[in-house]
Design a protein around this ligand. Structure first.
Ligand code: CP
Length: 332
């Protein structure tokens, strides 16, 4: 694996899940792998789980870790090619990413969407600029459109809690929120679940349809109660409009899940990526109930990140590219 920005970077999802579960049994087993290697974690937005789990994952592999909240601690970055930088932007991504790439063997980056310009957000300008200019393997810590480390940990969690024969019914349901949130977690969860044998149903009110590029193959429903019938796992998440981009629509029905509504499921496990606004997105009784997997999902972020870093370290991409650069310089 060279980069980890989408499920399409993964050769075999089942194998990667298996790897994460093995690492969970013995997290220190590959401490030698990252010796002398450095992971840089670059945040343009806040984080609790992604930051700490990825840092711990790298430490378990013996890596050094540097973390920078570039939005607060770095120079204001320019992303436009050919920009005349006579305004508030101080450093071009070309220079910043190239410099970071010389300090790090792998770079993780978190870059949320602005939710104002669909074309710009879905072009993944920030992530792709970073990948182009840093010249080392990049791990997405959540980009404008996807959150692959979260979805991978979610699948690890589902795997751990599915002990029956056949495929589980997994329902991704929209939940209320007080503000517009990205579609990244929902897009990504759909994309990853569709790579498994699970039956995926996505339930949302009118106006909250996700981009079909990520949901093709899922059953789309507008009635939450019907969607929940017989569900084995219910993944709860808010997202803003995709068609009317970044918009919040008025929803008359009650989409806040509680024990009563969950009674029509197959005693389903409840999932959420966190952070969660309690009793707005999801009720206390479900979050604190016996079927809640939310803390286990967060715990599995560690082993998911460790499996990804281990695969990238195993590729020796950086060592080879450094050697070639050095040789090219020497003969010029
Ligand atoms: N789920 C998740 O990505 O959490 P953080 O935003 O706290 O990293």
């Amino acid at each position: 694996m060279k980069h980890f920005t989408t499920v399409h970077d993964v050769k075999n999802v089942d194998d990667l899940i298996h790897e994460a579960l093995l690492l969970k049994q013995d997290p220190q087993a590959f401490r030698h792998m990252g010796r002398g290697r450095t992971l840089g974690l670059i945040f343009m937005n806040p984080s609790l789980r992604t930051r700490l789990s990825t840092q711990k994952a790298a430490m378990n592999l013996g890596m050094n870790v540097m973390v920078m909240n570039v939005d607060k601690e770095g120079w204001a970055l320019e992303f436009n090619e050919g920009a005349v930088m006579n305004g508030t932007k101080v450093e071009h991504i070309k220079d910043a990413a190239a410099v970071m790439g010389t300090y790090c063997d792998i770079i993780g980056i978190r870059c949320f969407p602005g939710l104002l310009d669909k074309k710009e957000d879905y072009s993944e300008k920030v992530l792709l600029s970073f990948m182009k200019h840093c010249r080392v393997p990049v791990v997405s810590l959540e980009s404008a459109t996807l959150h692959p480390l979260q979805s991978f940990a979610d699948l690890v969690t589902i795997k751990e809690h599915w002990h029956k024969k056949g495929a589980p019914k997994v329902v991704l349901t929209w939940a209320p929120h007080i503000k517009a949130l990205p579609q990244a977690v929902a897009n990504s969860f759909s994309e990853w679940v569709l790579k498994t044998n699970a039956n995926l149903v996505i339930a949302q009110p009118e106006g909250y349809e996700l981009c079909e590029d990520y949901t093709r193959g899922a059953k789309i429903m507008y009635d939450q109660k019907k969607a929940l019938e017989g569900a084995d796992f219910v993944y709860v998440k808010n997202w803003s409009g995709y068609k009317e981009y970044g918009k919040i629509h008025t929803v008359k029905e009650n989409w806040l899940l509680d024990n009563k509504r969950m009674a029509i499921t197959n005693n389903a496990k409840v999932m959420h990526c966190l952070p969660v606004r309690r009793n707005v997105e999801l009720s206390d009784e479900l979050l604190d109930g016996k079927n809640s997997l939310v803390i286990k999902q967060a715990e599995n972020r560690l082993y998911a990140a460790q499996a990804v870093l281990k695969q990238i370290l195993g590729g020796h991409y950086k060592i080879q590219s450094r050697k070639l650069e050095h040789e090219a310089t020497a003969y010029n």
